[in-house]
Design a protein around this ligand. Structure first.
Ligand code: 4AD
Ligand code: MG
Length: 437
């Protein structure tokens, strides 16, 4: 480093620059001032922090400029980093000089309360708030820790296509599009392609956008969401569950260890999250779960029905960590799941249900290996056999038991962040009736 040359830093790096004079580029989120001192709340993308302008220490112009700064003005600030035990970050900036980079006038999101529709209409600006910043940091950490875990476990990332001709999760929720003269869909899940890749490379994963034209307007549903999918050759049902619980515990551990400030901003109780790192996660069969519900006054559900969110919430509330509900009825699950020989009405599948009402975060299963069974299912589920010929091929040439699962990124983010609604977990969520901004 050149002597005498001032360093431009981000506020996250403040600990390495105590008592040094630095340059920080930031936006003004708020300010208050008296005759002698101005407190600027700044955001530089790495953190939210306070800058203090003392009238006696700066030029008259600088103090006047500081007092007149509007919300969201961008600034270049020169100042000295000092420890500040009162702030969450632990550091503040004692200002020497300020230069305006870009002016801001009448910023629509003010510190007062705004309604959800207003905020969603201004999502492109709402992202600047400290809560949104915290949620995106947790999302980023889950993505980072996912790649870390998958690489540690020796999986290869395989990217399935987004434009497809198959419908792994049923035909009712497909987004149709034209593929030149052919009909095509936006991918609901990369699973079928991952199965082909698992037969080539053994252990594979994918992480990308998926689309569901679901007419659901709930706190758990997005139209476009990111799914992390895994497919493991030679792995049967129970080993699949063990992989999932180790993966989810790894995500929780890393969010706790690397997102302390974000969790604090969100008022997320870390002791509660610690509980979710404890393995194993309990397994409860679908059949026992129905009995549990019926024994506890839920008479709106019987064997064969799918769970609604009140049911999932109640079942999960019996435990202190995520659970697996295993072996659902074949009739309410997709065509590719392997039959459970111990109760052939059911399949070898599991949904991981998160605690605290967050519901299903993972859906997975062991897959059908036998050619005839799969062929019959494709017809029985009214799927177009010609679109699945390649998928059936996988059962002809050295087929092996294999299993996999998909984790919904945004559901995991909502759960670990402890926020009410999934819409805040995506930077620009696609919701029923909303594609703006
Ligand atoms: O349970 P799903 O539909 O499973 C599959 O798509 C399998 N093919 C995955 C596999 O085995 N490779 O979806 C998996 C997860 C759900 O558990 C949920 O977390 C999330 O994806 N998900 C959604 N997230 C947000 N909005 C939606 N509309 C979602 N639908 C599913
Ligand atoms: Mg599911």
């Amino acid at each position: 480093m050149e002597a005498g040359r001032m360093q431009t830093i981000t506020m996250r790096q403040a600990a390495d620059y105590i008592d040094q004079t630095v340059i920080i580029k930031a936006w003004v989120t708020n300010k208050r001032s008296s005759g002698k001192i101005a407190f600027l709340q700044l955001r530089d993308g790495s953190a939210y922090f306070q800058a203090i302008v003392v009238k006696a220490d700066v030029s008259e112009e600088t103090f006047a400029l500081a007092k007149g700064l509007n919300q969201e003005t961008s600034v270049k600030v020169v100042g000295k980093i000092q420890a500040d035990t009162r702030s969450a970050l632990g550091y503040e900036l004692l200002v020497q000089d300020i230069e305006v980079i870009g002016e801001s006038h009448d910023y629509p999101i003010t510190p007062k309360e705004h309604g959800t529709d207003f905020l969603m209409d201004h999502r492109h600006l709402w992202l600047r708030s400290s809560k949104q910043h915290a949620i995106m940091q947790i999302r980023n950490e889950i993505i980072r820790a996912t790649y870390e875990f998958m690489n540690q476990e020796g999986l290869i990332k395989v990217d399935p296509p987004i434009l497809t001709g198959s419908a792994p999760e049923g035909t009712t929720e497909l987004f149709h599009t034209k593929y030149f003269d052919e009909d095509a869909f936006l991918s609901q899940s990369g699973q079928l392609y991952l199965e082909a890749a698992a037969m080539a490379f053994g252990k594979v994963f994918s992480f990308g956008p998926t689309f569901r034209a679901e007419k659901s307007k709930t706190r758990r549903h997005l139209i476009e969401f990111w799914m992390m999918e895994v497919e493991l050759a030679f792995v049967e049902h129970e080993e699949n569950l063990q992989f999932q619980e180790r993966y989810v515990a790894h995500l929780v551990r890393n969010v706790i260890d690397h997102c302390g400030l974000a969790l604090k901003t969100l008022n997320r109780d870390v002791a509660v999250l610690e509980q979710y790192t404890k393995l194993p996660y309990p397994r409860i069969s679908y059949t026992d779960a129905i009995k549990l519900l019926n024994d506890n006054g839920f008479d709106d559900i019987q064997w064969g029905d799918d769970f609604g969110s009140p049911h999932e919430t109640f079942i999960a509330s019996q435990y202190d960590r995520p659970i697996f509900i295993v072996n659902y009825p074949k009739a309410i699950k997709p065509f590719y799941m392997r039959i459970n020989e111990e109760d052939p009405r059911t399949v070898l599948c599991a949904d991981m249900i998160a605690p605290e009402g967050y519901g299903e975060v993972i859906g997975g299963s062991e897959r059908i290996v036998d050619f005839e069974t799969l062929d019959e299912n494709i017809k029985a589920y009214n799927l177009d056999p010609s679109a699945y010929a390649w998928y059936l091929d996988l059962r002809k040439y050295g087929a092996v038991p294999h299993s996999g699962f998909g984790l919904g990124l945004e559901r995991a983010v909502a759960w670990l962040s402890g926020i009410e609604h999934i819409r805040e977990t995506s930077p620009f969520p696609r919701l029923l009736n909303r594609i703006y901004p």
